[in-house]
Design a protein around this ligand. Structure first.
Ligand code: NI
Length: 172
């Protein structure tokens, strides 16, 4: 058990329109990244890196559900999330929801994100956000996190290490 990690609870809707909580992923690892589909640099870079790491992990990656949680519920509805992820990062399942539910999820994962004016955005705003991917274990507890600066090699190594630590009874 790692102390001080995020609690990791949420009650949101996936990009197929199905209501989900962290309990729906019990028995699996979750790789949870918060961002928004209009993000021009940080999210695409992170999602590309995480996708690359999962691909290199091989069959072990099948135990991990990668989740992309929107911090921009105003624009990122279910259809927008589905289109964005299927076109660009098909390994990821998108989660979105009401502003209140997104706030609750952010709080639970200790993610900071706040809407700010951005003259370069067509809608006039962006949502700068914490760029950390959280790895949650099959029991829902926090296992590791990967800041933006952690490179793909290190992510692969640390995901493999986390997978190898799962007790046999929790792996199924
Ligand atoms: Ni972003």
């Amino acid at each position: 058990m790692v102390g001080g990690g995020p609690v990791g609870t949420f009650s949101l809707t996936d990009h197929f329109g199905k209501p989900v909580t962290e309990k729906d992923f019990a028995g699996r690892f979750m790789l949870v990244y918060f961002g928004f589909t209009h993000c021009r640099v940080v999210c695409p870079r992170s999602l590309k890196k995480l996708t690359g790491a999962l691909e290199r992990l091989g069959p072990g990656a099948s135990a991990i559900t990668p989740l992309f949680v929107s911090v921009d519920p105003q624009r990122d509805n279910i259809e927008v999330m589905k289109r964005y992820l299927e076109a660009n990062f098909p390994r990821f399942l998108g989660l979105t929801g009401s502003a209140a539910k997104i706030e609750a999820a952010k709080k639970s994962f200790r993610v900071f994100a706040e809407r700010r004016a951005d003259p370069n955005d067509p809608d006039g705003y962006a949502v700068p956000h914490t760029a950390i991917a959280y790895l949650m274990g099959p029991d829902g507890s926090y296992r590791d996190h990967f800041a933006d600066v952690v490179d793909e090699d290190a992510v692969v190594r640390r995901l493999a290490a986390a997978l190898s630590k799962v007790p046999a009874q929790a792996a199924g």
